[in-house]
Ligand binder design. Sequence first.
Ligand SMILES: [Zn+2]
Length: 483
Amino acid sequence: MEPEFEERAELFHQDVTREYYLVGSGQKEEMQIAAIYERYKHLFAREAVGQALADVGEKPKRLLAEFVSLEYMENLVKELSEEITNHLLKAKVEWDGQEVPYHNVQTLIVNEPKMSRRHDLDGRRREVTAAANPQRESRWQTLHAEAKGLGFSDYVALCDGLRALRLAWLAEEMKRLLAETEKVYFEKLGYFLYKIDVPEAQAATSDIAYLFRAPQFDVLFPKEFLVDSLRKTMQGMGIDIDQQSYLELDTDPRPLKSPRAFCAGIRIPQEVKLVIKPKGGQDDYASLFHEAGHAEHFVHVDPNLEFSYRRLGDNSVTESYAFLLQHLMHSPHWLKRILGVEEAKDFLTLLRFNKLWFLRRYSSKLLYELKLHSNGAVGADKIYVSTLGDNLGVTVFPENYLDDVDDAFYAAQYLRAWTFEVQHRRYLEGKFGGEWFANPEAGKHLARLWKRGQEPVVEEIAADLGYDGLDIDPLVEELIDFK
Ligand SMILES: [Zn+2]
């Protein structure tokens, strides 16, 4: 691969990330991704991909081959991707005599105290989601066929091989996680549904979303203190976010801004945006700290690393840093030191259940996606409903069976990240104590890891910290501990 090819690949990456940033931050009304692919089309020529795939010996080459193959495939479905995104950006749902933008419906659902109205709202939302399912189906048909066209047995083998996800191992471990957490999960589910007045037989995902909104805890998480809490936390680690010229924190309330916070590393490390639309409450804090984990990782990356290690690589790494900062909310030490909260037992119990829900949901998603991507989209909606429904104990609707899927097994990267995060946190606690986040030495440790970008995979970082690779036991132990 020529150096010039890598430079072009990085410029393409920047342009795409900038487009997502502009649309997501509400500064642009429509996404125009296809034009960017057109500008860089020689990167995605069939020969370039073939050449990259023939040359996957060393790690940076494998990462580049992964990037080029996935983008080559995306290039073939870019019009469909754009159509689906723009359909949702423009769609409206009628509610109480008003037209509500599709992307704001979830906010209404989580704030709607009446179950029947939540279910009605969610039904209207699903109608819009389902309207784009034919496009999603045809998109996956093409991607599945192209994976074979590139010489892999299927899409699973392509992602697993090029992304080093160890999917077979992970699936077995996640089946174990589901089995070992089942009893505690269903006990807690019954308890929490009772608390929000939802009969178990009628419970659906929208009720769980409402449960986690938990406005009774808003008073612990004041909107005015949101950014300050991050500033104060990072100060404890010896990091002054106001001095980080590479980082831009965007909290402006633009009407078109996505309600979901995100971090865009447009140029890593020089141009990193953390975008959030604060609504008030604990969710703002969880989102801000999660995205700050990405942002701090990105701005610390060594600018001299090659493109593959700065931009590509195992996203389980950056997700693990995001989960590490997000998890501070689970720490009574952090709640006390940063927010002055002395007693938060009920909040912490809910937060534990929230994490258990997410782990069971993503484990189920992984098992479902393995089937979807080896057998195809036809009939997959039934597998989606039964796999997620059985493991979560609430109604899961078939309309979401493709909307609830991220490309290239991102779900697996989250699961690898959650697993490693507990190992990493235990290392930090062992070395610096329960208040590790208030120790500049812990900040230095993190900065040293962040500097390496995504050159190592999580297994390698775990080994550096003295572990024998990835281990789900500490995670499972924590998930079933409701003391
Ligand atoms: Zn993330």
